[in-house]
Write a protein that binds this ligand. Structure first.
Ligand SMILES: *Cc1c(COP(=O)(O)O)cnc(C)c1O
Length: 407
């Protein structure tokens, strides 16, 4: 049985048109890592990123000093945002910025959104969304005296259009959901749920943290109003890399985000009295952008653009499909269940396996060089980043898991 699974991994690797990208990452086969299955939590670094960081520090930072701001750094949040929009978000230029963290951007955009729907008293969200999304909306509801309407989502699937249709109404100002559920990997129907929100006059905001760089996204075509996401997961931006925000072009002139800092001002360096928002997407910015932390994005977007999000998604589905086969054949005998969608059309870039007591296996897995992700109460997430993970690596990881289960 294992021989057949090993042969399948070898055949899939041999036929993989993206296999060569693995070599562009730093040390994919060094250190003590046997199998890295958490690309959906922190992507691996690229070799080019290490070089770019070094060059940026030695040449631009050391050489240009403060002149770097006027050379080009002031433009990075917008220029990189536009590029991310083109390569990964299906967003035309002028709507996306790189800034802050996802948490802060959720606050800025959601606060701005509810202000665009005065008189409406509700925000619709779901119980299984990522904690930070829920917590930030709780804070906004308290601050603005709004009501949260919770949709109970099944943690093994995710948010469904029918649930949203039943929850929204004339009181709804905003809905916020994740494109890919962080636990189950459920892929939400963004265009349909967005259409439902619009049908009652509400705005639709999407958290793309678990889809960007893994699942094709068409924000413009889907008519999405607002979106946020992080760049340190499938975009390999590094720990704490800044996030991105998207606001639909025709919303931007009326959208007023609440953190009115000088970098979102019409004329940052005039330092005049009173806040006047910049035109366009610059108004989404607040304070000094994290330029150093944006350096890796240049290399990552080069790579993603060359590979293409379409082929990345194809490989992602093959990787998770193979992981599901391994779960069925190697792990099911040990009462491991698949806690997520099997249908490729409903599946994001990771799969979640469940068994009571998995928590105890995390340390021995790490000791054996196998690094998945653990999510309470009993879920192991297998998130093979398509550009840095081979099928053989997925096999090695789940084979170690099986041997731990059997001992
Ligand atoms: C990872 C993740 C976040 C992270 O937010 P930070 O502000 O970067 O900590 C937010 N939402 C979702 C859905 C995530 O998966």
């Amino acid at each position: 049985m294992s021989d057949d699974l090993i042969a399948r991994a070898a055949a899939l690797d041999a036929a993989d048109p993206l296999a060569g990208y693995r070599e562009q990452f730093l040390a994919p086969d060094d250190f003590d890592v046997v199998s890295y299955l958490d690309g959906n939590s922190l992507g691996r670094p690229l070799k080019a990123t290490a070089e770019l960081m070094e060059r940026f520090i030695r040449e631009q930072w050391a050489g240009r000093l403060i002149r770097g701001w006027t050379d080009e750094w002031m433009e990075w949040p917008l220029r990189l945002g536009d590029r991310l929009g083109r390569v990964a978000l299906g967003a035309a230029a002028g709507q996306t910025v790189i800034a802050d963290s996802t948490t802060v951007l959720i606050y800025k955009l959601a606060r701005a959104a509810v202000a665009l729907r005065p008189g409406r008293t509700q925000i619709v969200l779901d119980t299984d969304n990522f904690p930070t999304d829920r917590y930030v909306l709780e804070g906004i509801a308290a601050e603005r005296d709004l009501e949260l309407v919770w949709i109970e989502t099944d943690p093994v699937t995710g948010i469904h259009a029918e649930q949203v249709a039943a929850a929204v109404g004339e009181e709804t100002a905003l809905v916020l959901f994740s494109h890919v559920a962080y636990r189950s990997g459920w892929l939400a129907d963004v265009p349909e749920i967005t259409r439902i929100a619009h049908s009652v006059g509400a705005l639709a905001m999407w958290d793309l943290c678990h889809s960007v760089g893994s699942v094709p996204i068409y924000l413009d075509k889907w008519d999405v109003d607002l979106a946020v996401g992080c760049t340190y997961k499938y975009l390999n931006g590094g720990p704490g890399a800044p996030a991105f925000a998207y606001a639909r072009k025709d919303l931007l002139p009326s959208l007023r985000q609440p953190i009115q800092g000088w970098m979102g001002h019409r004329a940052s360096f005039e330092m005049g009295p009173g806040y006047e928002p910049a035109e366009g997407s610059r108004a989404l910015l607040s304070g000094t952008p994290a330029i150093l932390a944006m350096v890796p994005l240049h290399a990552n977007l080069d790579m993603l653009e060359a590979a293409g999000i379409g082929p990345v998604r194809e490989k992602s589905l093959l990787l998770t499909g193979y992981a599901l086969d391994l779960a069925d054949e190697l792990l099911a005998p040990y009462e491991v269940e698949v806690a997520g969608p099997r249908d490729p059309e409903k599946r994001g870039g990771h799969v979640t396996l469940r068994k009571p007591g998995f928590e105890k296996l995390l340390e021995p897995l790490w000791d054996n060089g196998v690094i998945p992700d653990y999510r309470r109460p009993d879920g192991l997430r297998i998130g093979p980043a398509p550009l840095s993970t081979s099928f053989g690596e997925v096999y090695r990881g789940l084979a170690v898991l099986r041997s731990l289960l059997s001992s």
